[in-house]
Design a protein around this ligand. Structure first.
Ligand SMILES: [Mg+2]
Ligand SMILES: [Zn+2]
Length: 197
């Protein structure tokens, strides 16, 4: 049996689908750590709806190290995930697959310090490709940081950088994406245009 190989659209979560939230511990906008802090980002619903019309699988790939670093419980991260899903469902948006890396080099548990899935490593994309029969070199990744661009580069995917104004501290001028846009709606328009060519 052969599995048809198709492109997918990989999406980062924080700063693309939902708004970053001010983290009192490091003073910067990072992942929301409480369900009540989740708010969808401007252009996210519009962009996801447009991407869904392409028929390509939409797969979220997100680094979530806060529990590994001891900042919150794993159940808090699960609650944030559930809230994002809930807010999207209320807008009629469904994501095919959610993939999270819960590891970090500073993890309290040594077993979580080194992994193949923390972006910019490509483990989440590769695992999704294996599970869904995806052609990674024909896929896109949409994210707001160098880690997203790096993960996409590592598998030969096209990279779209969303320059969320609150997460500029996670972007360097050295790593240039294939496309640079302001929000997910603009990213989706680019994917749709490229898919039509
Ligand atoms: Mg992000
Ligand atoms: Zn990981």
């Amino acid at each position: 049996m052969t599995i048809a190989s198709q492109p997918a659209v990989f999406l980062d979560r924080d700063g693309v689908i939902n708004e970053p939230v001010h983290d009192p511990q490091d003073g910067r906008p990072e992942a929301p750590l409480r369900a009540q802090d989740v708010a969808l980002a401007p252009g996210a619903v519009e962009g996801l709806a447009e991407l869904a019309r392409t028929g390509l699988p939409l797969i979220v790939v997100s680094n979530q190290p806060a529990a590994a670093k001891g900042k919150v419980a794993e159940s808090d991260l699960a609650a944030v995930h559930a809230r994002v899903v809930e807010l999207l469902a209320a807008e009629g948006v469904a994501i095919e697959d959610w993939r999270y890396c819960f590891d970090h080099p500073d993890a309290l548990d040594e077993a979580r310090r080194d992994c193949a899935c923390r972006k910019p490593r490509p483990g989440m994309l590769e695992a999704a490709a294996s599970d869904h029969g995806l052609d990674l070199t024909a896929s896109w990744i949409i994210g707001d940081t160098d880690a997203d661009v790096g993960a996409g580069r590592a598998v030969g995917a096209a990279t779209i950088l969303v320059e969320h104004p609150k997460t500029a501290h996670r972007r360097s001028p050295d790593l240039v994406a294939d496309v640079v846009v302001g929000d997910l709606a603009a990213a989706a328009a680019w994917v749709v245009g490229a898919a039509a060519r």
